[in-house]
Write a protein that binds this ligand. Structure first.
Ligand code: CP
Length: 294
């Protein structure tokens, strides 16, 4: 039995099965015959991931144990391990965790006997965001084969870029990166293009937020938009069918011009809706894998 930590641990078939489940859960939600407790342990801020996990858990009929890190015994020096072990001891059946450390799972790799779902690990991985991005692309194109996706922005500090680039490549998409100087990630072996090249070649433009909380590199807002972001002029150069994605939160007017956030090409709010269904599918999957539900 594995924790749900990295998109790379899932086979391509398993990813497709989870996408199928997510699609079916849009129409019908499974319910469980016994009481199941889910602990949401967010040590880093979140709006979408946390709230869509809560909606997913409510749709599945789970009991939710909320946790406020700022009012917890973390402030008395309790460790991440002891916090999760406490939730396990009081009856949590599954823990959803977001933490600023890239490798927080290492501390939990032995001794924890409930499934853990990664809701964001530092700059390293965001597998549930990846799954909702995959669902959004699959709904749009019906396949990943040869779909040209350009991931644009603060690549080096982005857990979304790392999860998505590798998963998309494995599923047959053509992945490109585009970044301002200082935001490239040479550990990812994909071709770089300029933003002007990106808009002309892409089927999907996946914009990323500048992760100001993780570094001090500063671009002036207008300089960044003009040189590296999606302006209306660049949006006009996109192919007719091409779409815009962004994991959000969005720096409006920085990586994307304000009016484009809700334009007809944008699937940004669709991504958020899809987040509920992929998280239902992931919860259902881990609860079954661990024998907690039938
Ligand atoms: N996309 C995403 O992870 O958003 P939150 O930080 O609001 O959860």
């Amino acid at each position: 039995m594995e924790h749900f930590i990295s998109i790379n641990q899932l086979s391509s078939d398993k990813i497709m099965q989870l996408l199928d489940s997510a699609s079916s859960f849009q129409k019908n939600s499974p319910t469980f015959s016994k009481q199941i407790f889910a602990a949401n342990l967010f040590f880093e801020p979140s709006t979408r991931t946390k709230m869509s996990f809560i909606v997913a858990q409510k749709k599945l009929g789970l009991e939710i144990l909320d946790f406020q890190a700022d009012f917890s015994s973390l402030l008395k020096g309790e460790s991440l391990y002891d916090t999760v072990k406490t939730f396990e001891s009081i009856g949590a059946d599954v823990a959803v965790i977001r933490h600023e450390a890239d490798d927080w799972i290492t501390e939990l790799s032995t001794g924890i006997n409930i499934p853990i779902i990664n809701a964001g690990a530092g700059k390293a991985e965001h597998p549930t965001q990846c799954m909702l991005d995959l669902l959004t692309l699959y709904q749009e194109f019906g396949s990943f084969e040869n779909v040209k996706v350009v991931i644009v922005g603060d690549i080096i500090h982005s857990r979304v870029a790392k999860s998505n680039a590798l998963a998309l490549q494995r599923l047959g998409a053509k992945v490109y990166l585009s970044a301002a100087p200082g935001y490239e990630d040479n550990s990812l072996d994909f071709p770089y293009v300029t933003i002007d090249e990106a808009v002309k070649l892409c089927d999907a433009l996946m914009l990323l937020r500048i992760q100001h909380e993780r570094h001090d590199t500063q671009y002036k807002t207008m300089d960044y938009l003009e040189n590296y972001g999606l302006t209306k002029q660049r949006e006009n150069a996109m192919r007719n069918h091409a779409i815009i994605l962004h994991p959000a939160p969005i720096n409006r007017g920085v990586e994307i011009e304000d009016e484009l956030v809700e334009c007809s090409r944008s699937r940004i709010f669709k991504q958020m809706s899809n987040g509920v269904y992929v998280r239902m599918a992931i919860l259902n999957h881990v609860l079954k894998e661990w024998g907690i539900s039938k």
